[in-house]
Ligand binder design. Sequence first.
Ligand SMILES: Nc1ncnc2c1ncn2[C@@H]1O[C@H](COP(=O)(O)OP(=O)(O)OP(=O)(O)O)[C@@H](O)[C@H]1O
Length: 345
Amino acid sequence: MQSLLQVTDAECRYGDKLILESVSFDLQPGEIACLLGPSGCGKTTLLHAIAGFQPLARGAIALGGETLTGNGQIVPPEQRHIGVVFQDYALFPHLTVQQNIAFGLRALPHEERASRVQELLSLVQLSRHADQYPHQLSGGQQQRVALARALAPKPRLLLMDEPFSNLDTELRRSLASEVRHILREEGIAALIVTHDRSEAFVAGDKLGVLADGHLQQWDTPHNLYRAPANGAVARIVSDGNLLRGKWIGDGWVETALGRVAVRDQGSEVGSPVEVFARSEDLVPGEHDDAVTVQVVSKSFLGNSALYCFRLPNGRTIEATLSSEYRFEPGSEIPMRLDSPLAFPR
Ligand SMILES: Nc1ncnc2c1ncn2[C@@H]1O[C@H](COP(=O)(O)OP(=O)(O)OP(=O)(O)O)[C@@H](O)[C@H]1O
């Protein structure tokens, strides 16, 4: 299958300042991908380069096999057939919901336009609000109007920049899943910028992690979680504790939590390693490889509790464990690490 979007060796700069280097990835038709990364890593810049608002210093961007940017060519944004949804909705305040949605359809004959608007109102479940103005809607409803307006002209690709960040956490997740459903219905591929990993896991078929000016990994959510390319990706896609250690051979590492068998086969004996200990890797209970840790604090969370433990070397780590464990602050318990991720340092 031919890729829908192809970004090849893209480099973005603001003046002398290098923002992104050697960024390459493909998006397949109908695929939804999310871009994750720390603040200021260049997510919006990459989206702007794809939309045509930002030139590339190097590399190329193609959509449906047609070069948009590269080889001395730049197709202007309005000719790219790419829809864009911003964080602040950018709705026209003096137009009703249906007039906002119809805005990009002015070239269509009246009846066709009215029927497409009705179709979209129903898709985003706002038919009852067709004649209301943006200020009469909730944040989630406004964002659904923005989505409908961007989808109306049937773009080849939809770009969304932090579309849910103005909403509260629960609404963010449910809207992320709703948007995924709507894009599937319309068969439109999308690239969504977010800094919320749960939102990215809910919405994306693929995730791209940007950090330190590079696309660190472009993969399925499952692979990113199970096999992050490095410690930076592991930290961006999940909570965990980074521990320093050293390889002692045969897949074993020495850490402040004792001798640990890790998932990755290591390099030379004695070489430094970074171990990423997630809550699910921390196993309380007697065991040959367990060390004694002190319970520093406990916050009850319902079916789990967030603990802070002090390791024998004085360092503290955090872990969310089942509330079946009833460890009290001040007590000492045996704990071991079971097959955490490890990365050369
Ligand atoms: N017009 C500009 N001129 C110069 N530098 C800029 C410009 N726009 C952005 N930058 C810088 O480029 C870098 C990347 O910005 P960008 O907005 O792409 O990051 P981001 O990953 O989207 O951040 P956030 O998650 O905070 O929105 C930042 O260091 C920012 O300060």
